[in-house]
Design a binder for this molecule. Structure first.
Ligand code: NAD
Ligand code: WQD
Length: 338
């Protein structure tokens, strides 16, 4: 299939392009590089042994989208493009709503105008809010998101549901990612956050490499086995292959389909620190800090539906996630900028 990849220069997009190539698909990547660098695409090209067609454009730019969809006949689109920093979204709600909502509206118009009605959308476990049930299945009700970033995902899911309902020619897959970490085993591409990392794994790797003094563990008084937050970490390469599997749903004309992409295992913050230390033989100094606003105690999924319907299952365990995250960081201490 020929796939339009919106936001494909970013962390998850760059890994997904590799899996798409491995499965024999071709891509055109669109990204405005607001949170990424085209160096990721140069390295992806090196890994797949072929140049990656790339258009630097903002998905909100209707004329640019019209041109891209006129010049290419796409079988489907994968839409990663969006701003994703939870804390920043609280400080800059307008920018987040404006970017994430409008990019999707403009994209949907361009797709409809050019007869491409197959879409895979990057959603998030955040739409479950504080989940009513653990492990979380797709049948669990959505919850209250505590930040504008999460609201954009939840609202866009509803927009996409309505678009598909109004026109059954659309096939739309909502992929609810749990906590992607790790990097391509080559160590050539990985997560390259701007400034101080918000998420656990890049904070750990930057501590290991000496860029940060110590990890702050946000709370040890949750109702979890060791008191620290429990999450469903998933290797980014497994997440990437989930998109290739989701194309099967599109091919089967799924209408609207929703899948959790996680491993189904919950690890605490201290479990991750210990696994990282053990597999990489490095020490991660840490201290306990107050809880972070908006965090929940436990979040992990039941990924059975993706297995039953798409044949997809995560292959990597927590140790491989820690190994590959460190391999990326130590080979690229300053990310793509180095
Ligand atoms: P990322 O920031 O690395 O990638 C997103 C890409 O979109 C970036 O390259 C950015 O430059 C681009 N972009 C943003 N706005 C754009 C616009 N208006 N026009 C063109 N390009 C634009 O993030 P990621 O971690 O790869 O996440 C990909 C998607 O998955 C996002 O939608 C994110 O919200 C979602 N998601 C991420 C996580 C996570 O923990 N990383 C979890 C759940 C969902
Ligand atoms: C994981 C655990 C923290 C940093 C976020 C978004 C979610 C999704 C994935 C996009 C928690 C603890 C973290 C640190 C810590 N993104 N932690 N010290 O919060 O589960 O999910 O990313 O959709 O929407 O909310 O991930 O990696 O930030 O935190 O103790 O320096 O690590 O409290 O228990 P989170 P995270």
């Amino acid at each position: 299939m020929k796939i339009a990849v919106m936001g494909g220069a970013g962390y998850i997009g760059s890994h997904t392009i590799i899996e798409l190539y491995k499965a024999g698909h071709s891509v055109v990547v669109v990204d405005n590089l607001v949170n990424s660098s085209d160096e990721s695409l140069r390295r992806v090209a090196e890994l797949v042994g072929s140049p990656i067609p790339f258009v630097k454009a903002d998905v909100r730019d209707a004329a640019a989208m019209d041109k891209i969809f006129s010049e290419n006949k796409f079988d489907a689109c994968i839409h990663f493009a969006g701003l994703k920093a939870v804390g920043e979204s609280v400080a800059k709600p307008l920018e987040y709503y404006e970017n994430n909502m409008n990019a999707t509206f403009v994209l949907l118009h361009a797709m409809r105008n050019h007869g491409c009605k197959n879409l895979i959308f990057s959603s998030s476990a955040t739409v479950y809010g504080n989940p009513a049930q653990i492990p979380i299945t797709e049948a669990c009700p959505k919850g209250q998101c505590t930040n504008p970033y999460g609201q954009t995902k939840s609202m866009l899911e509803e927009v996409l549901r309505d678009v598909q309902k109004a026109d059954p020619e659309w096939n739309i897959v909502l992929l609810r990612y749990f906590n992607p970490i790790g990097a391509h085993p080559s160590g050539r591409i990985g997560e390259d956050p701007n400034g101080i990392p918000n998420n656990l794994m890049p904070y750990i790797t930057q501590t290991a490499v000496g860029l940060r003094k110590e990890l702050g563990v946000f709370g040890n008084d949750y109702d979890t086995p060791d008191g620290t937050g429990v999450r469903d970490y998933i290797h980014v390469c497994d997440l990437a292959s989930g998109h290739v599997s989701a194309l099967k749903a599109i091919e089967r004309k799924c209408g609207l389909a929703i899948y959790n992409l996680g491993t189904g295992h919950g690890y605490s913050v201290l479990d991750v620190v210990k696994a990282f230390e053990k597999v990489n033989n490095v020490k991660i100094p840490y201290s306990i800090k107050p809880r972070r606003a908006g965090d929940i105690a436990t979040c992990y999924c039941n990924p059975q539906k993706a297995f039953d319907e798409l044949g997809w299952k995560a292959q990597y365990g927590i140790e491989e996630m820690c190994r590959d995250a460190w391999n990326w960081q130590k080979n690229n201490p300053k990310g793509y900028k180095g």
